[in-house]
Design a protein around this ligand. Structure first.
Ligand code: V47
Length: 370
């Protein structure tokens, strides 16, 4: 690999990657500002190969977004609305039960539940929701509530993050997804989501999650007003927490979708394939202590998610079934993919498909061609 890059502006970084050395903030910014996508991709692929061999992971999951009612009013979000908005909804426990029952016979191993910050829903509703889903799907892992929701519950109950998390865990919570991180930069948050908890607070919630022995994911919403430096700072803050706790499983860069958001009329366009691949590959290179980098196919599209398997990515999420957050913001992808379609994408990329559970235990890896 070194020979290939000996004349490249990235030769110094390639040398470090091959030697397994940690990249610096300056390296990260240089990578973000470089257009040598193939060099960046090849380095990321080298790291991916070392960490995950030829395996590409997916999960049989279903998403449930119980409410879009949210007090936070983030400018980048087209999903959250005020209680009085014509599209406002809150699923009843019966409706949530029906969604869980839909997948009883389908070997779904994970239910992913996130929603808005509802102004007056009691904490008991969430506990009841978890108990209900767990009763219907006892062998299914529930990955639910972003760090932002956990902080909101703790504030409402005037208690600690740990206390909230332990109560939710007793009701069936298995792990936390990575949403709500956005970009940690106070400048970006001030402009886009000033009501949302700060980046430091998001990290504190995750530290509590890891402290009580639960795992979680991490995300970054990119492609709006953030700078290359702010992206790298975000990755470095995650890397620093991961050094201390080891609790993160996967990092998922989330490609911003502008339609119907407060940024649509600011001239911000959808992210492009080039940027998406670069962001995924740079994430692989900077987050040397994360085992997995995931391309959420709902956001980058199945075709790009497939290509990203040669650019540092080893996971393309899963069947999903019903997704509301990105689709509210104009996603043109389907609502779900079948296992057969996922297997085909992975195989045609020359990788070995591995169906995993939420915690990356292998469910199946010997798939017969079908
Ligand atoms: O927290 C909001 C983001 C997140 C938009 O942990 C938007 O495995 C793009 O976190 N365009 C929710 N993104 C989704 C999420 C997630 C998805 C899949 C897997 C996992 C995981 C986590 O979506 C929100 C926010 O950061 N978001 N609006 C938008 N217009």
């Amino acid at each position: 690999m070194m020979d290939l890059f000996s004349n490249s502006e990235l030769a110094g970084i390639a040398k470090k990657v091959v030697a397994g050395q940690r990249l610096t903030k300056e390296d990260g910014i240089k990578l973000m500002n470089s257009n040598d996508l193939l060099a960046i991709g090849q380095m990321a692929d080298y790291v991916r190969q070392k960490k995950n061999g030829n395996k590409a992971y997916f999960i049989h999951n279903r998403h449930i977004n119980h409410t879009n009612i949210c007090v936070n009013e983030c400018k980048f979000c087209a999903f959250g609305v005020d209680e009085k908005h014509e599209t406002a909804y809150l699923m009843t426990l019966d409706e949530i039960e029906a969604r869980a029952k839909e997948v009883v016979d389908t070997r779904v191993s994970e239910v992913h539940i996130v929603g808005g910050l509802h102004p007056d829903l009691s904490f008991d509703f969430y506990l009841e929701m978890l108990r209900l889903v767990k009763a219907i799907l006892p062998n299914t892992h529930i990955q639910a509530f972003t760090a932002v929701e956990i902080a909101y519950f703790a504030k409402q109950l005037e208690t600690t993050y740990e206390d909230v998390l332990k109560q939710l865990r007793s009701a069936g919570l298995g792990s936390l997804p990575g949403g709500g991180a956005e970009v940690f930069s106070p400048r970006v948050r001030e402009q886009l989501c000033h009501k949302k908890i700060s980046g430091e607070e998001w990290l504190k919630v995750m530290e509590s999650v890891h402290k009580i022995g639960m795992r979680s994911n991490a995300t970054m919403l990119y492609g709006h007003i953030e700078t290359a430096e702010e992206r790298i700072d975000h990755l470095l803050k995650l890397r620093e927490l991961q050094d201390r706790t080891g609790g993160f499983m996967t990092f998922i860069p989330l490609a911003f979708h502008p339609k119907n958001t407060g940024l649509e009329d600011k001239g911000i366009l959808k992210t492009t394939g080039f940027e998406d691949l670069k962001m995924l590959a740079v994430s692989r290179l900077m987050l040397d202590n994360f085992d997995h980098i995931k391309a959420f196919w709902i956001m980058v599209g199945p075709k790009l998610a497939q290509i990203s398997l040669s650019f540092g990515v080893d996971d393309i999420d899963g069947t999903v079934i019903e997704e509301k957050i990105t689709h509210a913001a104009g996603a043109e992808t389907g609502q779900g993919m079948t296992k057969r379609e996922i297997l085909n994408l992975i195989r045609k990329a020359g990788k070995v498909p591995v169906e995993r559970d939420t915690l990356y235990n292998v469910i199946q890896e010997d798939f017969h061609e079908s």
